[in-house]
Unconditional design. Sequence first.
Length: 375
Amino acid sequence: MTIGGRGRRWPALAAVVVCFLAACIAMGFIATEHVRSLVFLAAQRPAPTGAHPVGAAAFSPVGGARVELWYPAKGGCLGLLARAVALLRTVLRPTQAVSCDAPPAPGLHPLILLLPSWFAERDVNTFMAANLASHGFVVAAVDDFVHGPPLSGGDRIAQLGSLDMTSEEAFATSRAVSRRRAVLGARAATATIDAVIAHPTLGPRIDADRVGVLGYSFGGSIAAAMSRETGRLRAVVNLDGDVVATEAWPPTVPYLFLTSDLPYPSAADLASDDRAFRFESITTRDTYDLHERPDFPRNGLALSVKEAVHADFSDRLVMPPFRDFLKPRPIDRKQMWHDINGLIVSFLSAHLGTMDGTIGQSDALSGRFVKLPSP
């Protein structure tokens, strides 16, 4: 009996040990993030620039991905519990924007679906989401669809796939997989838009005829794959994502492409012995060429952002990794954040909001933004 009793205690003891180790790992991560927020104190937490208070709430559609909703609020947090949750999030997420559950502002608001990078989760662009909400947009930040329900067959391969740069053949095969992945991501994004519009609290506050998609990295690739939609989609923003679903090109809705400060790949770049660099140069060239085609729409903008690298289109701009402390870049992070986010707000407001007219080349080509490099 004693032996049996001890045997029954082992699973409970193992569970306690696992929970303890998980807690230690989590506390270590949180402590590291607090240190990072102090290291980059001068650049932290850009405040939303719009007139609205910002509310936030989690949302999990049935059978869908997890969603973080950011929205224009009528006032402060809904009660002590919401305030406590917001305080806890500030402690647990010191390098991200934080808000709380609050009553939504009256009226109808345009919806923006915010797509993250490859395999990433919905917290990649929290400061951008909060800023858009302060300007009157409901923002649905969603996980990459790899975190959603598993697909089957070849679609599952695409759902789990990434670029393989180990050989010419592997690269060509994985590019085909990435094209399929962008199409599947667009399908998942459309389903998420439907679910958000049907949300019991915020759905009645959303204008279903004013919907936009904003994607970062591969999220931008998915957004580009949606840019020929002829239904309710009114604007697309692609933040440094390669255009992989070329069958969905050129865009037919207003389209903004912002990319890193990279030159047009030279012949030497395209023939480099460094396989990864060569393949990246090929994808950069192909994406640049698509945006310079004669059929690129007149209501589209394709711009390079001076001094920007890929991560600067995410929260990493104002909360960079530790390696940027060891090798600091001589840039004004706050100013770059305001420049990038200011243009995004202006573009989306022109096509989804209350501004008259559109954002033209002359409006955007000032200081920070330049035309894409050409051969």
